[in-house]
Design a protein around this ligand. Sequence first.
Ligand code: MN
Ligand code: MN
Length: 300
Amino acid sequence: MLPFAGIPSFARSPLESLDSDWQADVGILGVPFDIALGYRPGARFAPRAIREASLRFSLPPDGFYDLRDRRVRLKGLELRDVGDVDVPSLEPQLARQRIEAAARQLRSKARLPIFLGGDHSISHPVLRGFDDKENLHIVQIDAHLDFSNERDGTRYSNSSAFRRAAEDLPNLKHITTLGLRGFRFDREAVAAALARGHSLVPIWEMDDLDRTIERLPEGKDVYLSFDVDALDPSVCPATSSPEVGGLSYDQAMRLIRGTCERNTLVGFDFVEMTPHLDSSGNSALLAARLIMETIMAVFP
Ligand code: MN
Ligand code: MN
C-alpha cells in the first residue's frame, strides 16, 4: 500500500494493547506530553506526525534490501505499535505515573521498547520503569545537559529529567551526554553531573567521530535518549529549542550505531520534536527514518 493510504500505525505495524498478552521484538509507545517545555510547545503532536511519516518506511514481512551491505534487513521482525499513553496534561504527577506504568508494561512485552515523545521530561518516568535493570547506562544525544535541579520554579521540566532519574534510580550507573552546545549552561548542573562521574562530550570535541565513539560505553545495558535538538536545525528545524552548530544526520546515525554495536540497547526514546515548526514535514520523515535505522542497528 502506498504511504498516503490507510490508517497510520508506526511503519504500518500491527496495533496491540498493553493489557493483552503478546511478545514482540520491538514495541512503539507514543508519549504525547509537552507541558514541561521551556520554550515553544507542540511536541505532543510528534507521535502522530512520526507515525504518519513512518508509512514511507513501512516494514514488509520480507524486510528491506539494504544497499550498504547488499542484503535483506529486518526480515520477520516483530514490530508492534501500542498507541499512546493517555496523558492528563494538567495533572503532571498522574501523567508521570501513567507513563511509568506504560513503560514497565511495554518492557515486559517488547525486547526493544521505543518511546516517542513528547518533551524530554518524559525520560524521567520512562526510566523509572527500568528501576530493576542492574547497572543501567544512559547514552543521551542532546544539545543540552537536562541535569538541572530546577528551572523557573519546577523540578520536573525537560531540563531536569536526568537529575530526577539519577535521584530515583540507584541502578543508574552512568550517563554519557554527546553533542552539548547550549548557549547558557547551568553551572550547578554541570558540576553535579561531573561529580557523579558522567561523561560530558561537547560538540567541539566531536570532530573525530571515531574517537568520540570510543568514549561511548562498552558491554553495558544502555538506554538511548535522543533529543532531536542534537541535530543541526538546518537538518531538523522542528524542535522547541534549536541550537546552531549541531550534528548532521549521518553523524547522529554513526553515534547511534556505535552505541548499539558496543552495547545491549534496552530502551530508546526519541523526544523534543515539534512537527508544526517544519511545515515541509521533512523533520518528521527524518524522525521516522532515524527510528527505523536504530531498529536496524539493534536487529542487524
Ligand atoms: Mn533534552
Ligand atoms: Mn535539548
